[in-house]
Design a protein around this ligand. Structure first.
Ligand SMILES: [Fe+2]
Length: 279
């Protein structure tokens, strides 16, 4: 294994993901995932069935209901930006579906068609981000809740234009109104370490505060969490697979390749409720 930065990310070496993982390798890989937030594998040659089987080793993989999918594999969604499009999916600091009571455990992303340059992805470790706060601010934040709202996402989402039928379009529209109150600081369900559970895209305010009151502190915390010392940046290459822990890490998909096409294949691993007793 080789760290991608001091706090965030680990490259896993010497593994062919077409082969089943034995229990020892699986345990080491899972530990690297949950502690560093993202793991990468280079030089893979994965058919969709390999990609899906690897993801399923880590938990249930639901159908990708809001994306076009790989033919024959409803669980593998296509994250894509076409030559004529200007907005991308995930172009700011976020945790996927954090507005759900039980957001995903993580996502497994495999490069399918890459632009000649650009389209990197950045990751920030939100456990080390919390560790580096002062004791006073940690205590203050432990007492707060935050509202995560799909409607807070400011940018247009190109997936909304790609819904193939009216029913899916309607469900996508309903998703736009989903919001959930979460603790601002949550324990990681596997490591027990405290996570600063906010993000730029979906966290609209502290529960009981106005958005105007919330913005300065939320912006300060995101700036703190995403400073260069706490992130890693992945430059995609053919055959690369990245798997991020959607609890530990935020991610940011750079949108710097206009006029060029990028297609990624994604499996999402289901996660547990943020709070016990939540649906
Ligand atoms: Fe994302």
């Amino acid at each position: 294994m080789r760290p991608l930065s001091a706090n965030t990310g680990m490259e896993i070496l010497g593994v062919d993901l077409r082969d089943p993982l034995d229990d020892t390798a699986y345990g080491e890989i899972r530990t690297a995932l949950v502690e560093t937030g993202v793991i990468i594998f280079r030089g893979q040659q994965l058919e969709p069935a390999h990609h899906l089987a690897f993801a399923q080793r880590f938990g249930p993989v639901p159908d990708a209901e809001f994306l076009e999918t790989v033919p024959g594999f409803p669980q593998i969604g296509l994250i894509q930006k076409a030559e004529h499009e200007t907005c991308n999916v995930g172009g700011n600091w976020h945790s996927d579906h954090s507005f759900d009571p039980a957001p995903p455990l993580g996502s497994v992303l495999y490069a399918h068609e890459l632009p000649p340059s650009g389209g990197d992805t950045m990751f920030a470790n939100m456990t080390t981000a919390f560790d580096y706060l002062s004791d006073g601010l940690k205590d203050f934040l432990r007492g707060l809740r935050v509202i995560h709202s799909k409607a807070n996402a400011a940018k247009a989402d190109p997936r909304a234009d790609r819904q193939p039928d009216a029913e899916l379009k309607q469900r996508f529209a309903e998703l736009a109104h989903r919001e959930t109150s979460h603790p601002c600081v949550r324990p990681h369900p596997e490591t027990g370490r405290e996570i600063l559970w906010i993000n730029q895209n979906y966290t609209s305010r502290f529960d009981g505060w106005t958005e105007e009151e919330s913005r300065p502190l939320l912006d300060q915390l995101i700036g703190h969490a995403t400073r260069p010392e706490n992130i890693c940046r992945i430059s995609w290459e053919p055959g690369m697979l990245a798997f991020w822990d959607n609890r530990t890490a935020l991610h940011y998909a750079l949108n710097d390749y206009h006029g060029m096409k990028r297609v990624m294949r994604r499996c999402v691993v289901s996660g547990d409720p943020v709070e016990r007793g939540a649906p």
